[in-house]
Design a protein around this ligand. Sequence first.
Ligand SMILES: [Zn+2]
Ligand SMILES: [Zn+2]
Length: 347
Amino acid sequence: MKAYQVVESGKPLQLNEFETPEPQGSEVLLKTVACGVCHSDVHIHEGAFDLGGGNKLPLPLEMPYTLGHEIFGEVIKLGPDASDINIGDKRVVYPWIGCNQCDVCSSGDEHLCAGGPVLGVQKGGGFGDHVLVPNSKYLMDAGATPDHLAGSYACSGLTAYTALKKSGIKDSSDSLVIVGAGGLGMMGIQIAKAAFNTQPIVVDVDDAKLDLALQNGASHTINSAKEGAFEEIHGMTGGVGAVIDFVGSDLSTGFAASLLRKGGKYIIVGLYGGELSHPLPMMVLMERNIQGSYVGSLANMKELMSLVKEGKIEPIPVEKRHASEASQTLEDLKAGKIMGRAALMHD
Ligand SMILES: [Zn+2]
Ligand SMILES: [Zn+2]
């Protein structure tokens, strides 16, 4: 098999060839069809998250490793104990795999396990042309979803779905603001419409991305870099019930938290980096809820994929690129040049 691998943090990926793994036990081997490229891939590739104030959270990963956690592939080989799956099935992979031995995993929150192996981080991901999955329980049917879009439900879709659940928004009687009109923001709009019966107001600093958000079903779009943005949202909502921040930067958090009405919820999802500085009395007086949300559980993924399979969620824009453009795609994503999502297509 071959894979575009990280050989040094932040440096161009390298095409390496090595032996294709042989599935053992319950393992399932997939030939990768497509893999979405996520902002987390950019951070993992850089080898650290920005904690603000000049501090970094390093990611101790053994080189070389293969990125890509939005995997869509075709089952080509089964371990002797693999069940509930057939050769030729095309599936989305749930990559947020835990140790399956600790209390966190037993409670169903594998994605919060300190162990792993997460596919595309500790174990080979979809920047490789084959992916070994430990068990068929991590494979999901995406119905008639196009190949280049399907994998995106495993990260951007799942992340948006889980954050929306945490927001407590159930319908359009309460206001929802989405910060960030990238791939995650687009998923947020579609899933908010399909599963939460609401059309969000979308905020970004890039007018082109806001136009795309409007075409994709945002109720209003507002450029937060322009004067009067805060007043405009306040005028429309009288204070927002929930803000989901798909950016997660110094600037976005300051803006987003200030939009909340009393008792409103602020869900931070983006990993852009920086620090949250917030006036403490306002936490109390406004009874603000500030919560992080990280990807999502296997149970949430199943809920989401049943909506996807039924065709309830409208597609987001996805740009197809050949797998050999993996390095350039990371660069373009970092530079904010990707509209919606980009997916790497394997031969
Ligand atoms: Zn991701
Ligand atoms: Zn665990």
